[in-house]
Structures are given as structure tokens and as C-alpha cells.
Design a protein around this ligand. Structure first.
Ligand SMILES: [Zn+2]
Length: 95
């Protein structure tokens, strides 16, 4: 499930239980208030986790220049900083 669903659900649960708590002085609603807080925390963690995972996946398509260390997408043939030919090994094998 999407992390945003947890956050929205948690905000709703804690908001309404807080309102009920204030209106009816129902201390039992405090439990739901904390449940809502936990849902928000779980949702935020899921969003952060997904974000980190996406970053890792994009790393796979990135190679660093052997000369200056600037990072490129694997599709680029030359370093845009120093002009060094990337994928040197592949080119040597072909010739
Ligand atoms: Zn370079």
C-alpha cells in the first residue's frame, strides 16, 4: 500500500479522535489518537523507504568518469566535463 494512504488515514484518525476527545471528554479515544500517530509515522517511513529505493535503482544506470569521477548516465559515450571516452572496455573489445 502507498505510504500516502497511511499518512492520510493517520491524519484523519488522529484528527477525528482528538475532536471527539475534546467534545465528549472521551478518554478512550486517546488510543485511536495514538493509532493515527503510528499510521502517520509508518506512512512517512514508507515514503522515505520508497524514495531511497528509487534512488538506488537509478544508480544502476549511472557510471562515473574514470578520469575526473563525474557521474553520467550509462548511455553517454563521452564525459561532459573532461571529454574522456566512457565505456572504454567495450570499445576496445570491438576493435
Ligand atoms: Zn571526466
Amino acid at each position: 500500500m502507498n505510504g500516502f494512504v497511511y499518512v492520510v488515514l493517520g491524519v484523519l484518525v488522529s484528527f477525528f479522535s482528538n475532536r471527539v476527545m475534546q467534545a465528549a471528554d472521551a478518554q478512550g479515544m486517546r488510543f485511536f489518537y495514538y493509532v493515527g500517530m503510528i499510521l502517520i509515522a509508518v506512512g512517512v517511513m514508507k515514503i522515505v523507504y520508497n524514495y531511497i529505493k528509487k534512488e538506488d535503482e537509478s544508480e544502476k544506470n549511472v557510471i562515473s568518469c574514470p578520469s575526473c569521477g563525474v557521474r553520467h548516465y550509462e548511455s553517454s559515450n563521452y564525459c561532459h566535463m573532461c571529454g574522456t571516452k566512457l565505456k572504454k572496455n567495450y570499445l576496445n573489445n570491438n576493435s
